[in-house]
Design a protein around this ligand. Structure first.
Ligand code: NAD
Ligand code: UFG
Length: 335
């Protein structure tokens, strides 16, 4: 079965390609490498001992997509391609609306044209905005607080309208919580450009000596230790959730939260990382980061019930595997 993976060279995409190959799928990737390196796919091929067909192209390029759908018997699409940095989206909203919305629009048009109507879409817990209650269920109200989140929300709405207009579509909206970790080999992992915005790559770069100390954004939240709580999920568990969504047989559109259901504070993550890796993470408390919420964690019981999926790896595993990747590749893929 041939699967098209958009953005397959990226962090979550590369881990998903590996799981797909291991499960016997044929994988075709389209990626413009705007935030990734081809070497990630070379390493996936090496780990799986199988090959990937790679197209270096932009998903906004309709002719490139038509060429792929003409040359391959694509049966389903997993759509990861997109820009994902919240802060950058506030500074460059037009780039985010253009890249994320136009690429999705062109992709869905071409899928319709070639009657390929099974889609797994990378959405995000960001569509819940500032959650009223935790754990968050899929029925929680949707709202956005930044242009990146707005693109996810608009694409979800676009897909709901497509499914309403044509009942032969099968669409999963996977709302990820906080993906961290790496394949246990340490050969593929997250390789952010510049200084990381997210907690785990920041911690690993402090551990590697690239950054001096972690700034803990606020210790005055209403949480057990005052620092912000998130639902960290191992990227390999997340990747496996995509395979479950591909195998799920239904018509229409369904949203699924992919998280562990366990909330961990910033200080919990730092202390677990220290235990898992034997390193010391220098850190200091600073002011809250604007826009952050106190608590965000998932109720993932719908994914368990309908997809038969649950996250298996612990925060300890996530920290250990993140560090394995960072320590084996101190400067990321290319440097
Ligand atoms: P990533 O940046 O590592 O991967 C995205 C990939 O898409 C990159 O390889 C990039 O080169 C490619 N790409 C971007 N625009 C493209 C275009 N127009 N045409 C072709 N390729 C394009 O990001 P990731 O962390 O792997 O995230 C994958 C998806 O999951 C994204 O849609 C992101 O919004 C979503 N998501 C990520 C997180 C997270 O914390 N990592 C959380 C929730 C949702
Ligand atoms: N944090 C720090 N110091 C840092 C970085 C983060 O204390 O240097 C704290 C944050 O305040 C927050 C927690 O660590 O309490 C997690 O922050 P991240 O930046 O790692 O993740 P967010 O929850 O802010 O956002 C992530 C993605 C978004 C996505 C969201 C929900 O970056 O794209 O999860 O899926 F929308």
């Amino acid at each position: 079965m041939e699967i098209l993976v958009t953005g397959g060279a990226g962090y979550i995409g590369s881990h998903t390609c590996l799981e797909l190959l291991r499960e016997g799928y044929d994988v075709v990737v389209i990626d413009n490498l705007s935030n990734s390196h081809k070497i990630a796919l070379d390493r996936v091929e090496k780990l799986a001992e199988k090959t990937i067909t790679f197209y270096e192209a932009d998903v906004m390029d309709k002719a490139a997509l038509e060429n792929i759908f003409t040359n391959h018997h694509i049966q389903a699409v997993i759509h990861f391609a997109g820009l994902k940095a919240v802060g950058e989206s506030v500074e460059k909203p037009l780039s985010y609306y253009k890249n994320n919305l136009i690429s999705s629009l062109v992709l869905f048009e071409v899928m319709q044209q070639y009657a390929v109507k099974k889609l797994v879409f990378s959405s995000s817990a960001t569509v819940y905005g500032v959650p009223e209650n935790t754990p968050i269920t899929e029925e929680a109200p949707r709202a956005t607080t930044n242009p990146y989140g707005a693109t996810k929300l608009i694409i979800e709405q676009m897909l709901e309208d497509i499914a309403a207009s044509d009942s032969s579509w099968q669409i999963s909206l996977l709302r990820y919580f906080n993906p961290i970790g790496a394949d246990i080999s340490g050969l593929i992992g997250e390789d952010p450009n510049g200084i990381p915005n997210n907690l785990m790559p920041y911690i690993t770069q402090v551990a590697a000596g690239r950054l001096e100390e972690v700034n803990v954004y606020g210790q005055d939240y209403e949480t057990h230790d005052g620092t912000g709580i998130r639902d960290y999920i191992h990227v390999v568990d997340l990747a496996k959730g995509h395979l479950k969504a591909l195998q799920y047989s239904y018509y229409g559109v369904e949203a699924f939260n992919l998280g562990t259901g366990i909330g961990s504070s910033v200080l919990d993550v730092i202390s677990t990382f220290e235990k898992a890796t034997g390193t010391q993470i220098k850190h200091k408390i600073v002011n809250r980061r604007p826009g952050d919420v106190a608590k965000c964690y998932a109720d993932s019981s719908k994914a368990q019930k309908l997809l038969g999926w649950t996250a298996e790896k612990t925060l300890y595993n996530m920290c250990k595997d993140s560090w394995e990747w960072q320590s084996r590749n101190p400067n990321g893929y290319l440097k």
